[in-house]
Design a binder for this molecule. Structure first.
Ligand code: C2E
Ligand code: CA
Ligand code: CA
Ligand code: CA
Length: 277
């Protein structure tokens, strides 16, 4: 029962806020939404545990639907992946994120901006060149961009994604292995790809301070990441206990509702100015 509980919480992807209804949107409607600019980027801060400094920010896409309101990605990313629209979606999210990163930097806020990429983005061999061009056109250093990679399903051809990731890394783009510990985000990937960051899934983070099994998995993941020279990040930091515990065990970065939910870009500078732990 305990095991089932852990697996359930690790795999759970509860939306950050309840959606009005679990409606399924067609690929055609989504294509139109991308074309009409209905997809918008929200941003969740990544904070250094030792200093409290905001060093980065993660892009979380939302669909501002004219009738249905703000729609969370779990309701349309799967459709985007199945229909092939994910390529257009990612490229548009990434360009917007780089534009915001540039504006913040010009405002005196140098933040590493993170963008989620799906495995389906990594089957096009021209993706690294697209990213490199987008970064340089935005006037951002390659290391100012981090791609968070989630492997949500098994790949028919795992070799192309490996090559694409290796090429991105050679271009000095940051690579994070997201949701570590769940799904197919696995040890095998760590051997082959020079990820620069490991992000432990929130299922192993929130409440780990009072749960010996979660704590063991969390600490082992962080230890391994450190030995591989990767930056360590914990997501799902929901309360003061989570924050204090992660500090104690030397995790570098934290993200979660204890710090902030994802915010519209225009709120970021004020939020950072007001933030204190
Ligand atoms: P993720 O990359 O693991 O992002 C973290 C999710 O957890 C976000 O949900 C975030 O709002 C939520 N979250 C943040 N802090 C907390 C916390 O303290 N507690 C809890 N319970 N949840 C927290 P969101 O925005 O609904 O995104 C869901 C997933 O959709 C993301 O999971 C990511 O895999 C995917 N996604 C989001 N934007 C994009 C995108 O532009 N492209 C792709 N391919 N996937 C995206
Ligand atoms: Ca992510
Ligand atoms: Ca994650
Ligand atoms: Ca997750």
């Amino acid at each position: 029962d305990r095991l089932r509980q852990i697996l359930a919480s690790a795999g759970a992807h509860t939306p950050a806020q309840p959606c009005a209804e679990r409606k399924v949107y067609s690929a055609e409607r989504l294509r139109q939404a991308i074309a009409d600019g209905e997809l918008i980027n929200h941003y969740q801060p990544k904070v250094e545990l030792a200093s409290g400094v905001v060093t980065g920010i993660e892009t979380l896409v939302r669909w501002q639907h004219p009738q249905d309101g703000l729609i969370f990605p779990d309701l349309f990313i799967p459709t985007a992946e199945e229909s092939g629209l994910i390529n257009e979606l990612t490229r548009s999210v990434l360009r917007t994120a780089l534009r915001h990163a540039r504006a913040w930097r010009d405002d005196g806020l140098p933040l590493q901006v993170a963008v989620n990429v799906s495995m389906d983005n990594l089957v096009s061999l021209d993706f690294p060149d697209f990213v490199e061009r987008a970064v340089s056109e935005a006037g951002i250093a390659a290391s100012g961009l981090l791609l968070e990679v989630t492997e949500s399903r098994l790949m028919k051809d795992p070799l192309t994604p490996l090559e694409v990731l290796a090429r991105l890394r050679l271009k000095r783009i940051g690579l994070s292995i997201d949701d570590f510990g769940t799904g197919h985000s696995s040890l095998a990937q760590l051997r082959d790809i020079p990820f620069s960051e490991l992000k432990v899934d929130r299922g192993f983070v929130h409440g780990a301070w009072r749960d010996a099994s979660l704590r063991a998995i969390l600490e082992a993941s962080l230890g391994m990441a450190r030995q591989l020279g990767m930056k360590t990040v914990a997501e799902g930091v929901e309360d003061r206990e989570d924050w204090d515990f992660l500090r104690t065990i030397g995790c570098e970065l934290a993200q979660g509702w204890f710090i902030s939910k994802a915010l519209p870009p225009e709120q970021i500078p004020d939020w950072i100015a007001d933030w204190e732990v």
